[in-house]
Every structure is written in C-alpha cells, then in structure tokens.
Design a protein around this ligand. Sequence first.
Ligand code: APR
Length: 233
Amino acid sequence: MREIENIVILTGAGISAESGLATFRGPDGLWEGHRVEDICTPQALARDPVLVQTFYDARRAALATVEPNAAHRALAKLDAEWPGELLIVTQNVDDLHERAGASRMLHMHGELKSALCRRCGGRSAWEATLIDGPTCPECASSGGLRPDIVFFGEMPYQMERIETALEDADLFVSIGTSGAVYPAAGFVQTARHYGARTLELNLDPSAGSHFFHETRIGPAGELVPAWVAEILS
Ligand code: APR
C-alpha cells in the first residue's frame, strides 16, 4: 500500500448524533418531524417560507445547546497534527467540527450559521433568526435572506476543490453518512479510481459499504478516536 500522505475525510450526520443532533434518516425516517425531502427544497421555501425559515431558525438555535463529541475532537487533533494534506468535507450544517478546533475543512451543504441573500447572492455569518426578514449585511435589501443551506436540486459548494482533493488522496475515510445522497455518496468511487485506500466508520453499513476496502461498525465517538490514534502512531 502506498505511503499515506494526503487524507480526505467525509462526515455526515452520524458524527454529530452523539452530540444530540438528529440525523436526517433516523429510525422514523424523519428529521425533527419532517421528511428532509419536504423541507430542504427551494419549492418548500417558496411554498411555505414561514415553515422552512422557522424550521431552520430552530435548528440554528439548537446549536447553542450541543457540544462537539469525542469524534469531532479526534478529527480536530488529526487536523492539527497531520503533516500531509488533510481535508474534512462535511455534509453537516452544524458548527461542531469548527468548535472542536478543525480548520482544514469545508461545508459542502452550507451551514446553519450563514445566511444567503436571494437579492445579491452574498453569504453572511448569521447567528440570529431569519423569520423576521432582516436586512442583508451585503446589499442592505430586506426580506431576501434565506438559510445558507444547499437544498435538494441545488449545487453543493466547492465541488472543484473536493474533486482535486479526492484525486490526490492516498486515504479516503467516510464517517457517519448513509451514502444516500449524491454527489457525496460517489466520493468513495472517485477516491478508489485514483488509487486511494478507503475506510468507512459507521453505526450501520451504508448504502455504499461495498465500495470500501474496509468498514468498521460502531459509534463514531468510539471508532474515530481509535482510528486517529492508529493513524497518528
Ligand atoms: N456513529 C456513527 N454513525 C452513526 C451514528 C453514530 N453515533 N448514528 C447514526 N449513524 C449513521 C447512520 O447509520 C447513518 O448511516 O449516520 C448515518 C446518518 O445518515 P443520514 O441521516 O442519511 O445523514 P447523512 O448521510 O449525513 O445525509 C446526507 O442528506 O438530507 C441530506 O443534506 C442532507 O447532508 C445530508 C445528506
């Protein structure tokens, strides 16, 4: 196996589950009482802005009530100590990776603590609510701000940067994601195509488990610190 220099890590809702944040396709198949396909779409925002804005305001407010867990902290430690290239690509819109100290990372599906202006396209850090139609810090228009979340049918962020990282990766690790949503679910195949070793850490086998050289089953809070200790030794 070639020397491991460059690592790409994909994380999903499962890495934040032990912090108390709901996954998208839990046992009841709902995300906080809604099918994610019904609430995470431009059509839903247009059809029922109060429902969608209130839903995301509640998700944003909930961030203050949760903390990063051992898995987030272990990845932040790896980020700080890994001498080669490292990129954490998270599908999550929470801020737990950042709060644990990760810096070489990106949110491919956007983030709760950011607002997107439909008038000027500007994105601004945002902690408060959006339901009351505040003015955009960039263009000063009012009523145009929406959650800076990539809805179904919209283009994920920084795909070029992700593709390049996958091409250069020697190791691709997928943590806490069901492999239900593309393009993220296809990253393992891209990484393999370019010769990377692939590892999945998940509570249950994901839809794409068969693409991985190795799958470890268990909670991220246990598997991730153990894997980080292994790779840093
Ligand atoms: N430790 C590790 N894995 C876990 C844990 C845990 N404690 N708890 C749950 N999981 C796993 C589940 O087994 C499942 O495979 O995390 C995964 C969560 O899957 P989803 O709820 O589908 O979340 P995710 O894969 O992140 O969804 C991808 O879909 O809804 C869109 O944009 C949204 O980013 C999201 C994308």
